[in-house]
Ligand binder design. Structure first.
Ligand SMILES: [Zn+2]
Length: 292
């Protein structure tokens, strides 16, 4: 089973942090349209994890996702990482996002992905909060080390039930491969852009479960500029040191250029489904329950 997901926040972030430049909106519109057309061409339904405020400020994007038959998932309300919030703040953020997305989409939203895979061993309460908010499927666990977020020590990279304080979610963790003896991701972000395509292609074929994740920014050729100290601190809510800013700059630009071509190759080679469809393909009675 191969799952295809997109995390969508670009228009909202541009408006909230960068002044809403028309040239940027145009880039996002073009990338979004290319993705939507490509999926239609292949008859593929994907999950689009959208930030709640996208539904408020740019409702046509969310409506288009629905009109094209895709699943709308929740990607937080304003793209604040879970590890920057306390339990109460996270609950409010999730409820606000769900209300906005459900109002605009007219559908129940029950799949979630945290910005930057920021559900970690330090905020296990997030599982409880999401379950209480009506989320059933989660795709926020990145089961290895990562510069931001990541759940180091998570025991598997295939679907499972995660449980905390008696409440549970169906989990679709990021899938991993091995490079030079180290477990690394291969199916999204910088990993997808930098690994040789043959490695990605071969890995998919050798596994029963794969989940791919893209931001529109991954599929835009133009490189991002380095953030100013103030911009970085406002956006990431952590010190905008030279090291942090350079790391982020490299991460967001590495391998940029042909990710959309690679995505096209991927869809030519393998069949993909959204999380809603995947849900009925997993035998949930026989997967492991992982108590966090
Ligand atoms: Zn995101």
């Amino acid at each position: 089973m191969n799952i295809l997901t997109f995390d969508i926040e670009e228009w909202y972030i541009e408006k909230a942090f960068r002044g809403g430049r028309a040239s940027k909106y145009k880039q996002f519109d073009e990338a979004f349209n290319r993705v939507i057309d490509l999926l239609a061409e292949h008859g593929i339904r994907a999950t689009f994890f959208c930030v709640g405020q996208l539904a408020v400020e740019f409702p046509d994007i969310v409506k288009r996702v629905v009109a094209e038959g895709h699943e709308v998932g929740c990607h937080s309300n304003v793209h604040t990482w879970v590890d920057k919030m306390d339990e109460k703040g996270f609950r409010n953020d999730t409820l606000n996002a769900l209300k906005a997305l459900e109002d605009v989409s007219g559908k129940k939203v029950n799949s979630y992905r945290a910005p930057a895979f920021s559900i970690t061993p330090n905020n296990k309460w997030a599982v409880e909060v999401l379950a209480e908010c009506g989320i059933e499927n989660d795709a926020s666990i990145f089961p290895t080390c990562r510069d931001f977020g990541g759940y180091k020590g998570f025991p598997q990279d295939t679907p499972c039930i995660i449980e905390h304080n008696g409440l549970s979610l169906k989990e679709y963790p990021v899938c991993l491969t091995t490079v030079l003896g180290k477990a690394v991701a291969f199916s999204g972000g910088g990993y997808f852009r930098i690994l040789p395509y043959w490695k990605v292609s071969r890995t998919i074929k050798n596994r029963d479960y794969n989940i791919f994740y893209f931001h529109l920014a991954d599929l835009i050729t133009e490189k991002r500029t380095m953030m100013s100290k103030t911009e970085y601190e406002e956006y990431f809510m952590e010190p905008g040191t030279i090291k942090n800013r350079v790391m982020r700059y490299i991460k967001s630009n590495v391998g940029k250029g042909d990710a959309f071509v690679r995505l096209k190759m991927l869809l030519n080679e393998s069949r993909f489904v959204c999380i809603q469809e995947a849900d009925s393909m997993v035998c949930w009675d026989s997967v492991k329950t992982i108590i966090l």
